[in-house]
Design a protein around this ligand. Structure first.
Ligand code: PEP
Ligand code: MG
Length: 579
């Protein structure tokens, strides 16, 4: 028996035999064409694009049927990339001027894009490289006449083991036959992992060597809840996992029934549950979980859509549509939280030695005022259609809030001059995700209508541990006494000033921290739609009195390990099914 640890990307258990997918590298045998062959090569390229587009449309229909319309935009983006004019111009220019074959030209152009995305020092953006890889593979298949993967011919249930999986490979999997996924590459925010979650396939990615460690036909267990893969399990382990899987399915069925029940503790304290989204297409999932609104719309995905002539128009349309669909429910739009300057194309910026402490997020927006103002215009325009609120990320001092408010009122004046309707009393909030902001919360309270607590960043900046660095992941401790003290102070101050505060970091989706957060005084939590049912289940299983006692005790430990053990043990007792 061998146990491998990877990144959990889609929850649940799968127990079956391994099917190892051969890596799908294409061999480009001929790189150049004769002078008189270039036009024919351009034609081959254009034909491949048409065929690839047809195939993507079929995948869109399939995923729409299998997982819902919220996942369709991912393939909409593939179609857009496939038809991108600058990509076409570049490929054609290489064929016509460099006399490259169509496949070599595509490979050169798309691999440059892939390299660019992979190099971005931001998990979300860096993982978009898979989408381009997907398009490259599709085009190559048409050009080189490769056969479709053996996957479609599967006749029995397997756990699929692969070096990497593209979003469309996952989207077209037959879920009757592929019951689990494990890959060498990949991470939790890639579109492939979003697809795995959408289809409900338990998955562990980022295992680095799993394709080498496993042979086809081996018995394998995928534990998507903890990110473990067990190869050739012994009899006891197998039995334990069979029982776990049975219990988990029963728990999932129970959670579905919670949708319309209130998120109330057993002694009647109402908790507001909101959803975090990244794609406008996630709206349906939000409604399906019974969330009371959108607590965090990470707008960065829209920034990628820079092909648009007018981003303001597109963004405004998207925000307005969401606002209308959500009715009176709040829709909190966070302004661009762009990681580092690397993907900030078209503007020359000096390379920074330490981008996480550099000109990122709101600091970048101050420097790119036109871009920032145009986003504020689109958010304000949408505020005419619903309960839209605006949220500013990475605030570290009072002056920044004042500056942001001045810019916002400038934009409001411009809209008034242009006679464009908007909500003049739009609620304004800031992310508290830098310790300096957390420590002056009593000063910031006077400047804004609400706070969103971003524990993902607050933890990394408090304990000085990069949230994406696997080598020091052990030191990234949500339960570090320093973090808990900051959270307690925030909750207490907000209660004193009766200020709206929502906790929207991953902590609010993590079972062992939900009770702690309630006990510390948080009454609004925002998390990914998929995690909301189990958060609600925990809330409905405990009294506020108990939660407060647990939080009080949790604050007495002098280290994170003991605190987590204590919280796990208590949560397990109260809601055993969550683990
Ligand atoms: C956070 O930092 O906790 C947060 C919610 O924002 P993001 O994960 O997008 O940085
Ligand atoms: Mg953050």
């Amino acid at each position: 028996m061998e146990i491998k640890k990877g990144i959990k990307v889609s929850p649940g258990f799968a127990i079956s035999t391994a099917f190892v997918l051969d890596s799908e590298e294409f061999r480009i045998r001929q790189r150049f064409v004769r002078d008189d062959g270039a036009d024919a090569e351009v034609e081959r390229f254009e034909k491949a694009v048409v065929e690839a587009a047809k195939e993507i449309k079929l995948i869109q229909e399939q995923i729409n049927e299998q997982a819902g319309s919220e996942y369709v935009p991912i393939f909409e983006a593939h179609l857009k990339m496939l038809k991108d004019k600058s990509m076409h111009d570049e490929v054609k220019s290489r064929i016509l001027h460099n006399k490259f074959t169509a496949e070599y030209a595509i490979s050169r152009v798309l691999r440059r894009f892939i390299k660019h995305f992979r190099g971005i020092d931001d998990n979300y953006f860096s993982q978009r490289f898979q989408d381009i890889q997907d398009i490259e593979k599709r085009l190559m298949r048409f050009l080189l006449g490769e056969k479709r993967e053996a996957l479609n011919t599967l006749r029995h249930a397997v756990v699929l083991i692969a070096r990497d999986l593209t979003p469309s490979q996952v989207a077209t999997l037959n879920t009757d036959h592929v019951v689990g996924l494990a890959t060498d590459a990949g991470g939790p925010t890639s579109h492939s992992s979003i697809m795995a979650r959408a289809l409900g396939i338990p998955a562990v990615f980022g295992l680095e060597t799993i394709t080498a460690d496993i042979s086809g036909g081996d018995k394998v267990i995928i534990d998507g809840n903890t990110g473990m893969v067990i190869v050739s399990p012994d009899v006891d382990t197998l039995k334990r996992y069979e029982d776990l899987a049975k219990g988990y399915h029963a728990f999932e069925d129970k959670l579905k029934k919670l949708k319309n029940l209130p998120a109330k503790t057993t002694d009647g304290v109402k908790i507001r549950l909101l959803a975090n989204i990244e794609l406008p297409g996630e709206l349906e999932a939000v409604k399906n979980t019974g969330a009371e609104g959108i607590g965090l719309f990470r707008s960065e995905f829209l920034y990628m859509d820079k092909q648009q002539k007018s981003r303001e128009e597109t963004e405004s349309e998207i925000y307005s549509r969401i606002a209308k669909e959500m009715g009176n429910a709040p829709v909190v739009v966070r302004t661009f939280d762009l990681g580092a300057d690397k993907f900030f194309e078209g503007v020359e910026k000096p390379l920074e030695k330490n981008p996480f402490l550099g000109q990122r997020s709101i600091r970048l927006c101050f420097d790119e005022l036109d871009m920032f103002k145009s986003q504020l215009r689109s958010i304000l325009r949408a505020s005419a259609f619903g309960n839209v609120r605006v949220l500013f990320p990475m605030i570290s001092c009072l002056e920044e809030v004042k500056r942001v408010k001045l810019i916002l009122s400038d934009v409001m004046e411009e809209l008034e001059e242009d006679r464009i309707p908007f909500n003049k009393n739009i609620q304004t909030g800031i992310m508290i995700e830098v310790p300096s902001a957390a420590l002056i919360i009593d000063l910031l309270v006077k400047e804004v209508d609400f706070f969103n607590i971003g524990t993902n960043d607050l933890i990394q900046y408090t304990v000085a541990v990069d949230r994406q660095n696997e080598r020091i992941a052990e030191l990234y401790q949500p339960a570090h006494p320093a973090v808990l003290r900051l959270l307690k102070n925030i909750a207490k101050t907000c209660a004193r000033f009766e200020k709206d505060v929502c906790l929207c970091g991953e902590m609010s989706a993590t079972p062992e921290y939900v009770i702690l957060l309630l006990g510390l005084g948080f009454r609004t939590l925002s998390a990914t739609p998929g995690s909301l049912p189990s958060v609600k289940k925990i809330i409905r299983s405990i009294s506020m009195k108990e939660a407060q006692a647990i939080a009080k005790k949790a604050l007495t430990f002098d280290n994170a390990r003991e605190t987590v053990n204590y919280l796990m043990e208590r949560t397990r007792k109260i809601v055993p099914e969550t683990f």
